[in-house]
Ligand binder design. Sequence first.
Ligand code: 2B7
Length: 659
Amino acid sequence: MASRSYTAEDIQVLEGLEAVRMRPGMYIGTTSARGLHHLLWEIVDNAIDEAANGFANEVSVTLHKDGSASVYDNGRGMPVDNHPTLGIPGVEVIFTVLHAGGKFNSKNYDYSGGLHGVGASVVNALSKWLTVDVFLNWTHYRMSFTSRTDPRTGKIEAGKPTGPLETVGNTRKKGTLVRFLPDDEIFEDVRFNTETVARRLQELAYLNRGVQITFTDERIPEAENRTRVFRYEGGIADFVRYLNTGKTPLREDIIFLEGRRDTIICQAAIQYTDGYTESLFSYVNNINTPEGGTHETGFKAAFTKCLNDYARRVGLLKEKDNNLSGEDFREGLTCVLTAMVKNPQFEGQTKGRLGNSEVRPAVEAVITQQMQDWLDNLKNQDTATAIVTKAIRAAQAREAARKARDNTRKVSALEAAPLVGKLASCTGRKWEDNELFIVEGDSAGGSAKQGRDRRFQAILPLRGKPLNVEKKHLDQVLGNEEFRSLITALGTGIDESFSLDSLKYGKVIILSDADQDGAHIRAILLTFFFRYMKDLITNGHVYIGMPPLYKVQKGQKILYAYDDRELNKATRSIGKGYTLQRYKGLGEMNPEQLWETTMDPSQRKLMRVSIEDAALVDRLTTILMGDKVEPRRDYISEHADFNRADDFADRRPEQEGGV
Ligand code: 2B7
């Protein structure tokens, strides 16, 4: 390249990137692990945009041993010719001008994910070094940049080219390769997480049908498989099939709807299961919108109307019948909905809701037209009938549930109703300090009642296995005595009428045996909370108590062990001549032992239950609770280790105990 002099504009450019190093949070939100991964997503988004707009079909992401990450796409290659007004190569503009993406973006792409392609220069500014290789016109070009902050003078250099754009040689390749090393002086932790990266790339592969995304983590030894290839010819239809792993589909076929109104492109993939929950996952420009928004509203309106019209047309709904509600039609539905939108506006607490008002009518029009076509097709009549029949049953169940719920609410209004007869309540008046132990079995329940500190600990014994709510309607759940007692004891109401305001306990602690049966009971209770009282989990009120597995005793000295590793330690420290007891159940412990090992806040181990990823939990709940045995067995054998206590870390004294 010809040498050239820096202009005033260039200097401004450099000042721009310095600002990014001075206030990284303003540009990427945070310098935690999240922010670190954000760097990678910015570059990956650019590669995916190139593919989504039809110019590339391969993207590869590599995590290198030196801590750097690289991304390649086989698209057109970033422009290398000089920018008309700035007079420097396109690639240099992209990596050194803040918000350059915006200028490039509107003319190069219709749609773009991420921060609308403005991120490449931000990534450059926050990396120790970055190189870009462009393969274009049979020529291999390269440009490199570095950044540093002088610790002595505080002088900042951000995203400075190490030299002009070079021509490396000839090539038969096409596309762009970007490699960068996140700056460890900016980020708290500069290690990328293998699973975080893999999960997002898999999601992107589902959302971008046919694009092959290869992920290699070179930090993993070569002998282990460190490369994963994601490619889904069915796109979001394959995604729905994946989400339904372990569920029983009502019908095998997946309804796939796709179309465009003005500049808005939308897709939906739908499959019904024989379950009763609604799983709708929506995306805008490849970004998840867990809080919904105008695209979801448009979809729901169209879907409900089409199905009601159809039900009347074929006589499944009679003139005198009311229309079925949207919720009735969404019972057992698994759906992935995507929209591509120019200038999306994300709103809400976590920017997880689409606000653009023009999207609602556009999505509504596409779904209406596509859904009508689908319903008119002769080969879909059986599935359509099954859907409407299921919704009619859902409407009946909903009516029954409403009645049952009103009853439960009436009951909970009366403090000491007979339903809570089994509950041994506590005397404390501060709800935050109070704890409700849900205890497996009457005999353990008895021990817990005697062993507890009645000032703040309440006990609710469960008789036998509770109803598996995964396969039940709300009215059946409410008809179950165990669950009614639980709902009444908590004081919160359930489902639509759930409210944390009236919660009577700060901690809800599940106490079940450390065996398969206990695990099953625990899973049923967690499913119940997940499906009907999700806020109880998200607000951190649900815990799992952990009874010890072993008692090691020598004379007066007693040690408890919560897993095999601890058992080893205990037997070694206590010396020869001990007796070992393996607890098969909570019922084998006397009240004092149960208090000491499992209930005393200064001794016990508790695990707080959290929901990290709604989609993952939803899928796991189904795998663990649904009626297909195979995926459940696979999952349990891959992940479960019933003899491990690592996760049960809460050993802080939370309260003054003492009986
Ligand atoms: C919004 C900016 C960043 N860009 C282009 C063209 C192709 C292209 C890119 C890219 C990530 C890692 C490898 C357009 C768009 C800049 O303008 S960015 N490919 N790939 C990428 O960043 N991958 C482009 C028009 C004509 N020719 C090329």
